[in-house]
Design a protein. Sequence first.
Length: 172
Amino acid sequence: MSSLKSRIEAVLFTTARVLQIKDIAEILGEENEDVVEEAMLDLIMDYSSRDSALEIDDENGYILQVKTEHMDIVEKLCPVELSKPVLKTLTVIALKEPIRQAELKMYRSNAYEHINELVEKGLVSKTRDKNGRSFNVSTTPKFNEYFKLKGDLRSLMKQDIAELLRNSTTDD
């Protein structure tokens, strides 16, 4: 494997997030993005030609990830990062964004604590509303990355979440 491909692989492995060619080139100090893109395509071909549990997804940039058929193993090993109550609060935010923090409190009793946790994890952001008395809460690009949302899937996700909320019987 060429030195550049190995360095790209190290970047993808270490960052564990979607990157664009220009980002990778900048991280590596490579001025020629075309050379980086060519090495990336070679690396993608390398991964697709071997029997590996990993792949490089190139749909909205580039990310090194576990193949779908091995996700059951990953889910057993990785603890859930968000509790159900926090996840429900995040669901309401995603469905109604931007939503005033005070309004969110009407839907979710522990909303303020949940929002702080979600802001800390980078999944939502808070901005002051026009009157300056409350905050508007919205999801961030990291939310889309975390849940692997792409393009119009977000509107589909909202429909699915609305269905789950209608069928949910517990508040927390």
